[in-house]
Write a protein that binds this ligand. Structure first.
Ligand code: RI2
Length: 309
């Protein structure tokens, strides 16, 4: 059990990362809060829950799974609140929605693994970037199916989440090689497929994912290597439908240079965006829990899921 402030700090400091995991952690924290919050009446109770939800949503700006997960939970509670229900009934509706979100999020990762693994052929060499639960699920499933795959993992500066991916895949018995990000083009000639995760999907089918993903996609396109994205549908960013852009999280420069080096080089400026945008023309398809979707099909999914925005 984690209170809202602790969850906020855990997310902000990236002690838990990965778009799916952060959404589930936030949904769990909101559920725990909703379970215990004390109020004299429904309006007061609902305002408290809304405020807690807003705080959690603000912990990280880019991974839209976070606001979408929270909005799903709030949708459950709000429907009950707007029907004039008692505090206890709204409480129960909010808790139920949180449980539903967490269960369906885990299920989605499992379904994506099943669907995506069928797109991997025997003996494929795969490149992956960063640390994505959904992408790892596909790779593991292909291995379980006896496809004899080999994986190159970009180390993924600045936080080296690729090390985590490499450790996970190697421990699972998969032939795994860690490479530096700048060696990606060198190894692309050896690959048949790239598979990455997703932090957000825009209305035009563009992918927002860990910085460096767009370079990998352009290189894959040049080498005619299949580029696939493993993405749960709650990573669709509804605000892009109204023309809003996805905020790109800029993190502390100490992630890319030491304090000591900065002091020695006071005229050097720093930029540390942690996500970038891959244009739809570089993406072959998204693997979602609802099936394979080309970038141009994202708008159809958006319309279907719009009520949770
Ligand atoms: P899953 C991560 O972001 C990476 O960008 C990764 O590709 C994406 O979330 C999706 O991860 P961060 O939280 O939901 O490490 O597939 O900044 O695990």
């Amino acid at each position: 059990m984690m209170n809202v402030d602790e969850a906020f700090t855990t997310l902000r400091e990236m002690r838990v990362h990965g778009a799916g995991r952060i959404a589930r952690l936030a949904a769990q924290a909101l559920k725990d809060y909703a379970k215990d919050a004390k109020a004299r009446n429904s309006k007061e109770y609902w305002n408290l829950v809304l405020k807690a939800g807003e705080k959690l949503k603000s912990a990280r700006p880019t991974a839209v799974s976070l606001p979408n997960g929270i909005n799903f939970v709030l949708y459950g509670g709000r429907t009950s609140f707007e029907s004039g229900a008692s505090v206890d009934d709204i409480r129960q509706a909010t808790v139920n929605a949180a449980n539903e979100f967490m269960t369906s999020s885990v299920d989605a990762v499992r379904q994506i693994a099943e669907i995506g693994a069928r797109r991997i052929k025997n003996g494929d060499t795969i490149i992956t970037h960063c640390n994505s639960e959904a992408a790892i699920g596909v790779i593991k499933k292909a291995h379980d199916m006896g496809k004899g795959i080999k994986v190159y993992c970009d180390e993924t500066r600045p936080k080296f989440q690729g090390h985590k991916t490499a450790a996970t895949l190697a421990a699972y018995g998969i032939d795994t090689t860690l490479i530096v990000d700048s060696a990606c083009r060198y190894f692309m000639d050896k690959a048949e497929r790239v598979i990455v995760g997703c932090d957000a999907i825009a209305v035009n089918g563009a992918l927002v994912n860990k910085v460096g993903t767009s370079q990998v996609a352009v290189i894959a396109n040049e080498a005619r290597v299949n580029f696939m994205v493993a993405a749960e549908t709650y990573k669709i960013d509804f605000k892009t439908m109204d023309g809003e852009l996805v905020d790109i999280e800029e993190r502390d420069p100490t992630e890319i240079a030491s304090k000591e080096w900065m002091d020695q080089n006071p005229n050097v400026k720093f930029n540390n965006p942690v996500f970038d945008i891959t244009a739809p023309q570089y993406i072959d398809f998204y693997i979602t829990e609802k099936g394979i979707v080309p970038p141009g099909g994202i708008i159809v999914l958006m319309k279907e899921l719009y009520r949770y925005r």
